[in-house]
Design a protein around this ligand. Structure first.
Ligand code: ATP
Ligand code: ATP
Ligand code: MG
Ligand code: MG
Length: 878
């Protein structure tokens, strides 16, 4: 067995619209190609021994043990690899259930599709599954140690990728509300929402969190000063930088017990509380100096430690934090009890888990001593022994929810304090003996205000009700349901995607919105090019969706991108499918036109239920996509008598129809005429029917997004098929006594489309300079030749500079073959070099003729034409 290719899908895709995270492995079964599992001696037994939990896989029999039954009776190895890869992830704690296995058109080569939660883990699981199966085939077994290593590695991937408890809570809540999110890959930044409506977060800071508030909160002394002057109860204290000043400071705060802490510290580092002697004070001073140059000396307030979380001006959760401790059982020593407590799977290192493991530090021994214990003392049953003085979760403490107990006056005070400091999300540390009574009655104090407070004590308290604090953050960032998104319009088809995408973007611009769009020519925002190149994959979609200025996204979604990585967004508001015609067949295991239709249908299916699939009613494969999508349907048609469209409109549907020379929107009883085709430059005076179809699709997509007919009309009338707006799409040049047309047609359907225009050229000869990309099938070139023979009076056959692996001359020979098949006495010649071929065409052009150039390089072709002195670049002729 050999893995030929592994692809990682991250959005709606060919295999599933709903499951976005899939690994696709192209697997050559080699000598196992005609050996089902029942014909491999000992395989079933070896597999069951290695992975007994496969018993849980139902598979097609639909019952427990169903999959193993298939293995016993005989199934192909690709299918087994799929189940093993899923099970390995399952054993590492990642719940994945979806898998598919299909043989490709090449016998013995399979596509194995499996779900993942973590990309790296998914790819690893695929490779490990192949290793495991091969080992059982070869040796009858897979060593236990290797399996354990595999599972450990998978767990590591999963753990390394985890986001941290606060971010995790936020992201989960976002998903629940249908708010899209993505990691920006720097500084742990998370983007929530799209485009102009996005918000960013970093842990629990948002882009509304003010820098002044954060800096103030980080400066404990300044915070206290500001709060004290506002009449808020804070600990009495002072700041010193020299040991010499310690004695005076202790006196100033009223004597022992005191607290000493670093001026800028966090997570309880360097803090000593409840200091009762000079020796302790000196040691505490040194400890604090390790963390910070200056040191705070404060009165020690007796009480319990509370964290009050304020989001958007409201108290949303209160937790009591209990310092790390153990409870005696009458048998175990303190050390043993710590060990046992740390066994809890909920306890991890640092902030990653719900709780943190207990670790002892300098203060722990002091504390033990004070309580009269050592690590070897056996604790009486039920006795609590504290191990840390401060209650931070990160030092092993735990949290009890007290949200329902806080006194209304304390709520008022907390909310006021956070306003004074100036934070949208803040955590107040309050020390009080009783949170259900006003602080001033019980001598409670606000010790600190934290920016970026952790959420884990609220979402996963050790006791009490978990609080959905991330929900409050979402309510603040996205006050209503729609406010996180921008409209996404995605466009696919075999031909016309770029033209339609650009036209749609241009129409949308008439609304005054900033449109971001991606095409095979480049990525654009508003009127400017951001990045040139083929930008139809998910990365380019992300560029647009991450851009904070973009109000509408129009995305060309090409075959290659969907196949390689899936769509770059979970669903669009409008999905346009223009047409499905033979092109690229035989590439990427898409061998038939129906498979190609299934691939393009992803764009129609990945549309929100309240959105629209805009479908070509004249292309039966596209029209049939209506059955597969949950979205509303809108049809466009060149045929005013289309039965399908008539019925659709009768049922209350909307359509764009070419009728009596007009592009019109038909809805209910009314026909809204947008404009005469002749007055739309893109259609070349109405003579390029395929451009009319593209314009109908773009108009309809805009219309269902509530762009007005007037705006659509304005867009259609000002969009020109000029070199600057649509290079390589029907660019017509007037060279004085003849014309030249440059078009990017390179498959049969687009040849036909251009042909429809060329046939309308009745003033003179029609000369074609033709060719096609080398990676297409032989029969495709023959077809191109046949079509060319039909369209042109004289043909110059050329080849691309890049033959894409095909021997030089082979494509031309096939085209020639096609030409002579339909027209044995056709006038043609072959000039393989594109520059020479174009020059020949232009040199020979007679009076009033049209030279049609279908080049590999559009820019070069246009350059060659321009050197001949273009009289006028025409976008349409009346
Ligand atoms: P974190 O940022 O993790 O909250 P920190 O290092 O910023 O911790 P503080 O919040 O100032 O430190 O103190 C940690 C804990 O120590 C407080 O939550 C409180 O339990 C206790 N503490 C601090 N100062 C006092 C005080 N003056 N009286 C009583 N307890 C105190
Ligand atoms: P690509 O797959 O190369 O990105 P595309 O789908 O983006 O192509 P365009 O660049 O808009 O398509 O157009 C390429 C060529 O396809 C045009 O120059 C024209 O010859 C032809 N074409 C455009 N629209 C249609 C259509 N609706 N039907 C058939 N052919 C078309
Ligand atoms: Mg604190
Ligand atoms: Mg394109």
């Amino acid at each position: 067995m050999r893995i030929l290719k592994i692809q990682t899908l991250r959005g709606p895709n060919y295999w599933s619209i709903r499951r976005h995270k899939l690994i696709v492995m192209r697997l050559d079964l080699e000598n196992l190609a005609d050996k089902p599992s029942n014909e491999i001696p000992g395989f079933y037994e070896g597999l069951v021994e290695a992975l007994p939990s496969l018993e849980g896989h139902y598979c097609s029999p639909g019952c427990r043990g169903g999959f193993l039954m298939r293995v016993r009776e005989g199934t192909m190895m690709g299918h087994i690899v799929e189940h093993v890869a899923l099970e390995l992830q399952e054993l590492a704690g990642m719940h994945v259930g979806f898998g598919r296995t299909r043989e490709t058109a090449t016998p013995g080569i399979y596509q194995v599709v499996l779900e993942y939660l973590n990309e790296e883990a998914g790819r690893y699981a695929g490779r490990a599954a192949v290793r495991l199966c091969q080992s059982i085939v070869d040796r009858g077994r897979y060593p236990k140690a290797e399996l354990e290593q595999d599972i450990q590695d998978l767990k590591d991937f999963w753990r390394d990728a985890s986001l941290g408890p606060s971010t995790e809570a936020i992201v989960k809540e976002a998903e629940k509300r249908g708010i899209p999110w993505m990691a920006l890959g720097a500084r742990f930044l998370i983007q929530l929402g799209y485009g102009v409506n996005q918000k960013r977060m970093q842990a629990t800071m948002t882009d509304n969190t003010g820098i002044l508030g954060v800096e103030l909160a980080c400066d404990k002394e300044a915070t206290k000063r500001i709060l004290a002057s506002a009449g808020v109860p804070v600990p009495k204290g002072t700041v010193i930088s020299f040991l010499d000043d310690l004695e005076e400071a202790i006196e100033y705060v009223g004597g022992y017990p005191i607290v000493i802490k670093p001026l800028d510290g966090n997570h309880g580092r360097g803090i000593t509380i409840d200091i009762r002697t000079w020796e302790e004070a000196e040691a505490a001073y040194e400890a604090a100096r390790q963390v910070s140059r200056s040191v705070i000396v404060e009165r020690y307030y007796v009480g319990r430690d509370h964290r009050v979380l304020v989001v958007d001006g409201k108290v949303v959760a209160v937790a009591e934090r209990v310092p790390a401790h153990v409870v005696g059982n009458g048998r175990s020593t303190v050390a043993e009890l710590i060990e046992e407590t740390n066994q809890d799977p909920n306890r991890g290192e640092g902030h990653d888990n719900v709780l943190t493991k207990i670790e002892l530090d300098r203060t722990s021994y002091q504390l033990l001593e004070r309580q009269g214990y050592t690590l070897n003392s056996v604790l009486p049953k039920g006795t609590v022994c504290y191990l840390r003085a401060t209650a931070n979760l990160s030092t092993g403490g735990c949290a009890l929810d007290r949200t329902d107990e806080i006194h209304p006056e304390n709520i008022w005070l907390a909310q006021r304090v956070v306003k004074i400091i100036g934070l949208d999300i803040a955590g107040l540390d309050i020390v009080t003996t009783d949170i259900s009574r006003p602080l001033r009655e019980v001598d409670g104090v606000i010790v600190e205000v934290n920016a970026a407070p952790g959420f884990r004590m609220h979402v996963a308290p050790s006791q009490g009700i978990p609080r959905n604090v991330a929900g409050a953050v979402m309510d603040m960032l996205f006050p209503n349901e729609q406010s996180s998104r921008i409209p996404i319009l995605s466009v696919t088809g075999t031909n016309g995607k770029t033209t339609t995408t650009r036209l749609l973007a241009h129409i949308y611009k008439q609304t005054g919105k900033v449109v971001g769009y991606t095409t095979t020519d480049g990525t654009y925002i508003g009127d400017y090019l951001v990045e040139a190149g083929d930008n139809t994959g998910p990365q380019s979609a992300h560029l647009i969706l991450q851009d904070p200025t973009v109000e509408v996204a129009v995305l060309e979604s090409a075959r290659g991108g969907i196949l390689r990585s899936g769509l770059g967004f979970e669903a669009a508001n409008v999905g346009v499918v223009l047409n499905v015609a033979a092109d690229h067949l035989g590439i990427g295991d898409i061998d038939t036109i129906d498979q190609l239709a299934n691939l393009k249908s992803v764009v129609a299916e990945a549309v929100f239920p309240d959105g629209y699939a805009v479908l070509n009613a004249d292309d039966h494969r596209v029209a049939a996509m209506a059955e597969k999508t949950k979205a509303n349907i809108a049809y466009f048609t060149m045929n005013p008598d289309s039965e399908l469209v008539r019925k659709h409109i009768q049922k209350g549907g909307v359509a764009a129809v070419y009728e009596n020379g007009y592009l019109s929107i038909v809805k209910g009883d009314w026909t809204h005429r947008i404009e005469r085709a002749e007055a739309i430059p893109l259609t070349m005076g109405g003579r390029a029917p395929f451009m009319i179809a593209n314009a109908l699709a773009a108009s309809l997509a805009a219309f269902v997004q509530n762009v007005t007919i007037e705006q659509i009309r304005a867009g259609l009338k000002t969009f020109r098929a000029s070199v600057s707006q649509t290079p390589g799409r029907m660019n017509l040049f007037n060279l004085g006594n003849y014309h030249a047309l440059v078009d990017y047609a390179h498959n049969p359907a687009s040849y036909e489309a251009v042909g429809a225009f060329v046939r309308n050229w009745t003033t003179g000869q029609r000369i074609g300079v033709v060719g096609g990309p080398g990676d297409r099938r032989d029969e495709d070139f023959v077809t191109l030749g046949k079509l060319a023979a039909d369209i042109f009076d004289y043909i110059i056959v050329k080849e691309d500079d890049d033959t894409r692996g095909r021997p030089r001359g082979s494509a031309a020979a096939l085209i020639t073959q096609g030409i002579t098949q339909v027209k044995p006495n056709a006038r043609f010649e072959a000039i393989l070099d594109e520059t020479q071929a174009i020059n020949k065409g232009l040199d020979m052009a007679p009076e009033n003729s049209l030279v049609v150039i279908l080049p590999e390089s559009v820019s070069r072709a246009i350059r060659l034409i321009r050197t001949r002195g273009v009289v006028k670049e025409e976008t349409h002729q009346q």
